[in-house]
Write a protein that binds this ligand. Structure first.
Ligand code: SF4
Length: 261
């Protein structure tokens, strides 16, 4: 398969996406953490504190008017519903089959239930991006950037949990793969020019271009993130369409879940 290079004009995007790890404290500044097999209140509280800091730092670095927070939940509050994954296919979503992190390649509903049932505690991330990014005319590039930020939050919080001793921490986020799929600048330009869009390299037996960072879509695994969020005491979201004037939309929310222990 022909390897596409990132056009000069988009290189800034790549630089931005590779800089995100600098937000975490340097590894050498961290004392080694003993591995933990059970939930430990003190560590979990510290993890939530650190997770909120990570979310705030990512939003501040992106220089956008947004907010977000992390909340400790028990995994019995995570709603898994087969209809959610079927909605990726009926009608077919633009992300279907385009990466390892969307159906039919992502964990199935049954597999996700098995994964979730292996954990007792998780972190629910709620991210409220600027409303204008989800309605015309900004939506075409706006959603792309917001999903990218959510992906950063999830992968960094998962990293934080791992370095605190929860070595089996595992993160998922809403939306298709942002690494080099539909939401990447490379893909987006091709789409606009009606060019052939390359498959996710992993589906072509190559290494993921954003290894350790790319995450499965929650919905692709059958997780109803909205029902989960409401069950966890978050605000019930709204269904909007891109034609809505931004003034008419109360808020937009994206969720991520990091399974901890
Ligand atoms: S970031 Fe990784 S998983 Fe996502 S589309 Fe690119 S290669 Fe595939």
């Amino acid at each position: 398969m022909e390897q596409k290079l990132i056009p000069e004009v988009d290189k800034e995007w790549s630089k931005i996406s590779f800089k995100w790890r600098r937000l975490l404290p340097k590894r050498k500044d961290r004392p080694p953490s003993p591995i933990k097999f059970e939930p430990d209140e003190k560590t979990l509280n510290k993890l939530i504190e650190q997770s909120n800091k990570i979310i705030d730092e990512i939003i501040a670095k992106a220089k956008i008017k947004a907010s977000g927070h992390a909340k400790l939940i028990t995994t019995d509050k995570i709603v898994i519903d087969p209809r959610v994954r079927w909605k990726c296919q009926i009608p077919v979503c633009f992300g279907f089959g385009t990466s390892l992190n969307c159906p039919p390649h992502s964990p199935t509903t049954e597999e996700m239930r098995e994964i979730v049932n292996s954990y007792t505690h998780a972190i629910l991330i709620s991210f409220y991006p600027p409303i204008k990014n989800h309605v015309f005319p900004s939506i075409l590039l706006g959603v792309q950037g917001d999903v990218n930020l959510l992906n950063q939050m999830v992968s960094m919080i998962e990293g934080e949990a791992t370095y605190m001793g929860y070595y089996l921490a595992m993160g998922f986020k809403g939306g298709p793969c942002v690494g080099c799929g539909f939401f990447s600048p490379e893909y987006f330009k091709d789409l606009m020019q009606q060019k052939k869009i390359p498959l996710c390299p992993v589906l072509d037996n190559q290494m993921c271009r954003q290894y350790l960072r790319a995450r499965p879509a929650l919905e692709a695994c059958g997780v109803d993130s909205f029902a989960t969020a409401v069950k966890c005491g978050e605000k019930a979201p709204f269904v909007i369409n891109p034609e809505h004037p931004k003034e008419s939309v109360p808020f937009v929310v994206w969720h991520g879940i990091v399974l901890i222990v």
